[in-house]
Design a protein around this ligand. Structure first.
Ligand SMILES: C[S@@+](CC[C@H](N)C(=O)[O-])C[C@H]1O[C@@H](n2cnc3c(N)ncnc32)[C@H](O)[C@@H]1O
Length: 183
């Protein structure tokens, strides 16, 4: 009986490791996306919260959307800190979305985890959009008009030719949080 238990645990571990290795390889094999899945957001939290307090007087009237959400750490902070109309984390990576949904079975935060390419996803109007994606990705999204009526908080990466309304200093290599108001 105990042998079966050990075999079960070992089998599950091997399966999870294989799944993880497979998804890492599939990420490395692709060139059309930003590949870093998770960042250290400890030093981003305070500037992020300050920006929302200053520029979003009634969060309950707005949606919160994190694009390229990875493990949706900032989304979790936004969820715990303010009331929102809807909370959405959009991520392309299957494994990250799977882990987020699984964890949230226990945390039970009111977050909708969307497994999608952000270029195919319709960001709801009147959203606060948080992003830590690259300049080409942000410029392409801006050109397509998806940020109209949104406030965009972009970690590190600036849009070409648009002045942010504020710039918060961040410790560490990410250095800044830029605020763009398209409302
Ligand atoms: C630099 S990470 C940021 C992760 C998280 N937002 C954070 O701050 O820790 C960029 C994330 O964007 C995701 N990503 C890249 N291209 C994407 C796309 N076209 N649509 C949706 N997500 C994408 C990646 O899988 C990755 O998790």
């Amino acid at each position: 009986m105990t042998e079966f238990l050990y075999i079960g645990i070992f089998g599950t571990l091997v399966f999870c490791m294989a799944l993880f290795a497979f998804q890492q390889l599939s990420v490395i094999a692709r060139k059309d996306r930003v590949v870093l899945v998770s960042s250290n957001i400890g030093h981003v939290e305070e500037p992020f919260l300050s920006a929302i307090r200053k520029y979003v007087p009634k969060t309950e009237d707005m949606n919160f959307v994190e694009i390229g959400a990875g493990y949706a750490k900032i989304t979790a902070i936004a969820t715990r800190s303010f009331p929102w109309k809807a909370i959405i984390a959009v991520e392309l990576d299957f494994f990250a979305v799977f882990v987020c949904r699984l964890k949230n079975k226990f945390k039970k935060l009111p977050i909708t985890f969307v497994k999608a390419n952000v270029f195919d996803y319709a960001i709801p109007a009147k959203s606060i959009v948080y992003s830590y994606m690259s300049v080409p990705v942000m410029n392409r999204l801006l050109k397509s008009g998806v940020f109209d009526s949104c406030l965009v908080l972009s970690l590190t990466f600036a849009f070409d030719g648009v002045e942010p309304i504020a710039e918060y200093k961040i410790k560490g290599f990410q250095k800044r949080l830029l605020v763009y108001d398209f409302r």
